[in-house]
Ligand binder design. Sequence first.
Ligand code: PCA
Length: 161
Amino acid sequence: MNFNYDCKMTRVFVYGTLKEGQPNYDRMLDITNGTVQFLARARTVDPYPLVIATDDNIPFMLNLPGKGQRVRGEVYEVDDKMLKFLDWFEGCPDMYQRTLVQLEVEEWAGEDEDEQKTGSIVESFVYNTTTYKPEWLQNPTYENYDTYGDHGLKYVCREDR
Ligand code: PCA
């Protein structure tokens, strides 16, 4: 059963603070922002530099395919309301741009189980950026972002800035 069949849904790959267990996951669950449906765990087909930057330790996937690592994250189907919210929340298009990325499915949770097997390739939007500071290229890159990781660069929530 698809609870949202009459409304356009868009795939968004999240790799940073919007992932489950990360500081902004609650924004995805807040139904006043719209609705989401978890589809899959996946990783990018191409490597990208995922760095932590700024004084607020914000994760950024730089739109530089071929550098960095294949990035792990989660794919959601979001309704138009949530898409609008996320565009606003991610400062799109100034801070991040929402672009299409190719993903390899690692674990499929959505419907269409026959079609979307582990290892299949799906396309999704992602909030990555080309408007980064050149010095960010010197930062370490991560495959699987975790704000609580060994790097010690805990994300500073908006409310605490
Ligand atoms: N939020 C978006 C982009 C980076 C971030 O922290 C995400 O989780 O994918």
